[in-house]
Structures are given as structure tokens and as C-alpha cells.
Design a binder for this molecule. Structure first.
Ligand SMILES: [Ca+2]
Ligand SMILES: [Ca+2]
Length: 140
């Protein structure tokens, strides 16, 4: 019993354990490969939407892509050439429409999780503000 306790304490205090309790680590780490983005309904009525994501990794966020994806209803953007990204547990994709003369529009968010690693092609829907988009991706 005494030995087991010492063993557990040792495990808990191993160097590197202390600082590694990061966001959503339950599902481990994986990589995300985007496949494509489909526009079913745009947010705007007159011009194409200028789509970008704010990708939230938990401890930091970034905008992607730097150049907007101009999408009209029925458009499909092939994203298979986009480099895969490493994920720690999960990542949240917040979709925005970049407007020139008024504030950008939030079109919805989706959490992509390492829980789906190996599950093949998945789809996330973005349906805020009257828009409807589908993001196809896989995690592995
Ligand atoms: Ca808009
Ligand atoms: Ca707007």
C-alpha cells in the first residue's frame, strides 16, 4: 500500500505534468484536415459572402484564411489542399462574413473534436443570421 501511494505521487509530480492541463485534453490530440465548404444560402442578398473563420484553439485564436472566400449560393470551395492542423482535444470554428461598410456578420460556430478521429468525413453546419453553410472535414 505504501509503495502504491509513493508510485501515484511520483506519477502526479513527474516533470511536465503540471503545465500540460490544457483545454479539452480528454480526447487527446489529433490532426484536422478540411475537405470543403459548401454554401447553401448566403447571408447577404446582393453580393457574395466573404467568408472567414476565427479558429479558437482554447488558449489562442486566429483568423483564417487571410484572403476571404467569396461564396454564392450553390458554391463549393475545395479545401483539401489546405495544410492539416494539430488539435489538442477540440477546436472551435467561428464563421464570419466580412462586410465592407458595416460590421461583419457572425454565421455560427462548430466544435471539431478529436473524439471523431478515424470516423471519416464529418460535416459541421453554420446557420446563423439567415445563412446556411456546410463545412466538410475529417480528423485523424
Ligand atoms: Ca453580410
Ligand atoms: Ca453586416
Amino acid at each position: 500500500m505504501g509503495n502504491l501511494l509513493v508510485f501515484l505521487l511520483t506519477l502526479g509530480w513527474m516533470p511536465g505534468n503540471a503545465g500540460s492541463e490544457t483545454f479539452n485534453q480528454d480526447y487527446g490530440t489529433c490532426r484536422l484536415q478540411l475537405i470543403g465548404l459548401k454554401c447553401i444560402v448566403t447571408e447577404g442578398n446582393i453580393t457574395a459572402d466573404a467568408i472567414y473563420f476565427k479558429i479558437d484553439y482554447g488558449d489562442y485564436a486566429e483568423e483564417w484564411p487571410k484572403s476571404r472566400m467569396n461564396m454564392s449560393a450553390g458554391a463549393y470551395m475545395d479545401l483539401r489542399e489546405v495544410n492539416s492542423i494539430a488539435i489538442d482535444g477540440s477546436v472551435t470554428f467561428n464563421m464570419w462574413d466580412d462586410d465592407t461598410f458595416d460590421p461583419d456578420d457572425f454565421l455560427g460556430s462548430a466544435m471539431l473534436s478529436c473524439r471523431d478521429a478515424g470516423a471519416g468525413e464529418k460535416v459541421a453546419s453554420f446557420t446563423e443570421d439567415g445563412a446556411h453553410y456546410k463545412l466538410y472535414y475529417k480528423v485523424y
